[in-house]
Design a protein around this ligand. Structure first.
Ligand code: DMJ
Length: 460
């Protein structure tokens, strides 16, 4: 009898302890959710400031110079910032700004003149397709089809031209810095948009071009891809890294596999992924990163790689470690802002090589995938720190955000450019990190390299 009573008391105590623990956990969760909402609102205010000051001083220009308060037509005057911002405005429920952007597309948007195929594909075609995907406004699809028709004229052969000009049909240019060759990342970063356009229109003329490009990759699958490719004989040359010039080619293989469900593209990605892990991924005193072939340099641009491994699942842990190295590029400077290029030394020290920050997204991009994959609070903590540093040093007092220089000093120098990718990507990834997972669920969407969401084919 006595024993039974003791047993009962014990059970009673355990029950209360558990209850208290549950109450504690749920109030902790409440505080975390509230905190996340506040940070998300701050980021939304940042987007408001970036877009509204562009509206005030540079409406219809491609990009904004927030210090001199004027526009810059870096894309020949296509309203690039407007198109690149459409889906962010919609997602953040910035209605007035979104409606103004929609009116621009209806009445003013023109796609003509000199056109850089890769940049216009990821930002303009990607921007229009994602706006259509989210809103179902027919005008976005109509304009996307028009843009897609123009981009198709870049294909004189399997390897498209880097630059075309609608005022000079048939003219085909390549980047002079690439010695007249095509750049691998440029031709490898068309597939998500072209395949989506074919799917939505039921016309294979875009996806056919992608099939041809994938045949080139298949012929080179026994080695890592090089930076340049000769458009005439499809020979490759130049460095084999995952930085600028190659980066998003690999990213688009895994994303295209997820978008379309095509297993052949998946196995092509796996072949390259294996080689990147074997030959380029290193760990120096607990800092894991994908190195350059000749040096121990790591570009901010290359930091998309952590997110790519996380998406690929097989090297999830390596992806998380790589993402942490990239996040530490921010925490290792006095301003809390990362350098555009660093050297990871053998003792794990991060040495700045290029002391500039161009409002780039790749690190918060990988942090976004790390957060969605693990829900480890440390990723939100990193994102919060990065956001606060950007807001402190890159925000211009009269409105908008700018590139900065001398990020290793406590107070960097403000330059005079608000990149369109800051509104399309950096702010969107940061905001998404503080949203629940069903906001742009990765079960339904694939984000292109400019963070424009496209619907997975089986969900269409
Ligand atoms: C963006 O336009 C895209 O993320 C692209 O893939 C690489 N460069 C910029 C941002 O740094």
């Amino acid at each position: 009898m006595h024993l039974e009573l003791k047993e009962l008391e014990k059970k009673h105590d355990e029950f209360h302890k558990e209850e208290q623990q549950n109450v504690l956990e749920s109030s902790h969760e409440k505080i975390e959710t509230e905190k996340s909402l506040n940070i998300a609102n701050e980021i939304r205010d940042g987007m408001k400031s970036a877009f509204q000051s562009y509206m005030r001083d540079a409406w219809k220009a491609d990009e904004y110079k927030p210090i001199s308060r004027r526009g810059e037509n870096s894309f020949g005057g296509k309203g690039l910032t407007i198109i690149d911002s459409l889906d962010t405005l919609w997602l953040m429920d910035l209605k007035d700004e979104y409606n103004k952007a929609l009116d621009f597309v209806k009445t003013d948007f023109k796609f003509e003149g000199r056109i850089n195929v890769f940049e216009n594909n990821i930002r303009v075609l990607g921007g229009l397709l994602s706006a259509y995907t989210l809103t179902k406004e027919q005008i976005f699809l109509d304009k996307a089809i028009h843009v897609g028709e123009v981009l198709l004229t870049a294909f004189n052969s399997n390897v498209p031209c880097a630059v075309i000009n609608t005022h000079n049909p048939g003219w085909c240019g390549f980047q002079s810095w690439a010695g007249g060759k095509a750049i691998n990342s440029e031709i490898g970063t068309l597939s998500l948009e072209f395949n989506t356009l074919s799917k939505l229109t039921n016309d294979p003329k875009w996806s056919d071009k992608i099939t041809n490009i994938h045949k080139i990759w298949s012929r080179h699958q026994n080695e890592l891809l090089s930076m340049y490719i000769n458009a005439n004989n499809e020979q490759m040359s130049g460095p084999k890294t995952i930085g600028g010039g190659i980066d998003s080619t690999y990213e688009y293989l895994i994303k295209n596999n997820i978008l379309t469900g095509d297993p052949l593209i998946g196995s092509l990605y796996r072949k390259f992924e294996e080689k990147i892990i074997d030959r380029l991924l290193v760990t120096y005193n607990s800092r894991t990163f994908v190195k350059d072939t000749q040096t121990n340099y790591l570009e901010h641009l290359g930091c998309f790689g952590g997110g790519m491994f996380i998406l690929g699942k097989k090297y999830l842990q390596k992806g998380l470690e790589f993402t942490e190295t990239c996040a530490e590029m921010y925490t290792s400077t006095q301003s809390g802002i990362a350098c555009d290029k660093v050297e990871i030394q053998h003792d794990g020290n991060i040495r700045c090589v290029n002391d500039i920050y161009l409002l780039r997204p790749e690190v918060v991009e990988s942090i976004f995938y790390a957060w969605r994959a693990t829900h480890d609070q440390k990723w939100r903590n990193y994102a919060e720190k990065i956001w606060k540093a950007i807001d402190k040093h890159c925000k211009v007092s009269s409105g908008g955000y700018t590139d900065v220089q001398y990020v290793t000093r406590p107070t960097p120098k403000q330059l005079d450019k608000q990149e369109s990718w800051f509104l399309a990507e950096t702010l969107k990834y940061l905001w998404l990190i503080f949203q629940p997972d069903d906001v742009l669920s990765l079960q339904d969407y694939v984000l292109n390299t400019e963070c424009h969401p496209l619907k997975k084919f089986h969900k269409l």
